[in-house]
Design a protein around this ligand. Structure first.
Ligand code: G4P
Length: 533
């Protein structure tokens, strides 16, 4: 095997590729924008946030996005800061939450979890967090909106530990909240970082660090606040988990930071610590063992997202891939493992801040989108290496909404089947059939309800098929990992339904969690899974 070039090694070593996860409104967009501000990728905050303007332009690809002013797909933002090259993977939230949101996490090396200080852990964070723990990637917590009334600090930490089952280690500690918010105390440096206004965070602002005993701040931090801080720190030092980089790297300990993204407070401190504690691109598992980006000299990547219909006139698709090793050059020929042939990667693009641009080079850790003539599927491997290998596939995530779908005009059955299969193959929806009957009934499962609208829109516009959807009451789907009895003989609750997916794998649909528990209890040896592998 040839040697990896020093220059490529250096480029990969400075990459930091992560996703930001949060429940809608916790402040993910605001935090991302502040990161870009520090990275010099934007000059003034507000240019990403204006959802109707700049943010919109980031992924202005589907009509449906334009109509509703939301982003249906996740995108990537790249910028430089402090010698690092940072790739932020945007995970769509709100009602556009979809399987893509989960898949994006498969392309990240770590995750930043944004939590609203007045709310603690919320539903969507919980879901995304599960995917992070499945992959054992490091998770960093930013507790946001400290300029508003917050929950008690111990309660917040406890909430994360109880709800998510991960140990926490606060790197800094807040002094007051809301109107009383004075800043944070850095536990390692034993210094106070003073909160000062930065014109609502439009500018970077100055960070002032002083000793807690500095007379200069006695007018700011009252004696009672100082006393409370000392007591809390003493308690935390005595009872809390100490910082342990190894546990952080394994995703078992989450470093916690406090701040206010809106006013810029604590954002740069967080970014600096985070970049040191997080990881450069890691080896990834393949059928030939782990592929280490610091050893493997050749380009390799896997597809984690397919974006269809970027240009309606051409019905083209863009395949987004995470580069795992080597160097990418526009127009290069690579081997497509699943297709079993050579392909040319053309029209590569990357998203820089708020615009899409063509790129000529990229390295391990980066995300690129290339033109897809309809040959790629989610999870496919591309490599320029002579030693061919395939990266571990991307699991199928459990949909939570189901509907029975049929075409209105029975004459259009063929187009309907073709369209729905193609859309499912892209990974935008999942389709199922009754377990024991033919193809007549099609059940569609989606992670976020918006995907139903996308399906309807696309079938009408791209395939000229009008559909009818009847929603089904199921909310849970489980893959059968193992069972002692045949699927036919599995006895569940009366509202359980047996279906199969495109690959013929049997699955069970449930209305509530109670039914899942009952079914597992009733069938000895039955093991169910939330992820299809
Ligand atoms: P998201 O991407 O996680 O959905 O959240 P986003 O950043 O859009 O923030 C949601 C709302 O919370 C926004 O207000 C935003 O300004 C506000 N926010 C974010 N960080 C902070 C913070 O540190 N402190 C306070 N007080 N508010 C914060 P909005 O009114 O919904 O939007 P806008 O009118 O500001 O655009």
């Amino acid at each position: 095997m040839s040697e990896i070039k020093e220059e490529v090694k250096e480029q990969i070593a400075k990459r930091r590729t992560f996703a930001i996860i949060s429940h809608p409104d916790a402040g993910k967009t605001t935090l991302t924008e502040k990161f870009l501000l520090y990275g010099g990728a934007i000059n003034q905050a507000g240019s990403v946030k204006g959802k109707a303007t700049a943010r919109h332009a980031v992924s202005d690809w589907m009509e449906i996005e334009k109509e509703r002013g939301i982003s249906v797909t996740s995108s990537v933002l790249q910028f430089n800061y402090g010698g690092y090259c940072i790739n932020i993977l945007d995970t769509p939230g709100h009602q556009d939450f979809s399987e893509d949101t989960y898949r994006t996490l498969m392309a990240a090396d770590s995750a930043v979890m944004v939590i609203d200080a007045s709310k603690g852990v919320e539903a969507q964070t919980r879901k995304l967090f599960k995917v992070c723990t499945m992959r054992h990637i490091p998770i960093f917590t930013f507790i946001n909106k400290m300029d508003r009334e917050a929950m008690d600090t111990f309660e917040l930490l406890d909430d994360i530990e109880q709800e998510l089952g991960i140990a926490t280690c606060p790197i800094n500690w807040p002094i007051g909240s809301g109107k009383e918010f004075r800043g944070v105390y850095d536990r390692a440096e034993k210094q106070v970082e003073i909160f000062s206004g930065t014109q609502k965070g439009t500018t970077q602002g100055e960070v002032k660090k002083v000793s807690i005993n500095d007379p200069e701040i006695s007018w700011l931090i009252s004696d009672s606040q100082k006393l409370q801080l000392e007591e809390e720190i003493e308690l935390q030092d005595g009872a809390g988990a100490p910082f342990d980089q190894e546990l952080v790297s394994k995703g078992e300990l989450s470093p916690v930071f406090f701040g206010s993204a809106l006013t810029n407070f604590g954002v740069e401190t967080f970014l600096q610590h985070f970049l040191k504690m997080t990881t450069s691109p890691l080896p990834r598992m393949s059928d030939a063992g782990p592929i280490d980006p610091m050893v493997e000299p050749d380009f390799s990547a896997f597809v984690f997202k397919i974006q269809a219909n970027m240009n309606k006139a051409h019905r083209d698709r863009i395949a987004f891939m995470r580069i795992c090793s080597g160097e990418f050059e526009a127009g290069m020929d690579v081997w497509h493992m699943q297709g079993g042939k050579k392909v040319r990667l053309s029209q590569p693009q990357q998203l820089m801040a708020s615009e899409r641009k063509m790129i000529s080079k990229a390295y391990g850790g980066d995300i690129i989108g290339v033109f897809d003539p309809g040959i790629f599927s989610i999870g496919d491997t591309l490599t320029a290496s002579a030693n061919r290998f395939s990266y571990e596939g991307i699991p199928t995530f459990a949909p939570e909404h189901f509907a029975r779908v049929r075409q209105v005009d029975t004459m259009k059955r063929k187009q309907f089947i073709k369209g729905i299969n193609q859309i499912a193959q892209e990974g935008a929806i999942q389709i199922f059939q009754e377990f024991n009957t033919g193809m007549e009934e099609i059940i569609v499962g989606v992670v976020g309800v918006l995907q139903f609208d996308v399906l309807k829109y696309r079938l009408e516009n791209e395939y000229n098929v009008e559909i009818r959807m009847d929603s089904l009451p199921y909310e849970y789907i489980r893959w059968i990992e193992s069972s002692k009895t045949e699927v036919d003989k599995i006895t569940g609750t009366s509202d359980m339904k047996k279906v199969k997916d495109l690959k013929g794998r049997p699955l069970l649909l449930f209305v509530n969690e109670w039914s899942i528990r009952m079914t597992v209890e009733r069938n000895e040896g039955l093991v169910l899974s939330e992820f299809g592998r």
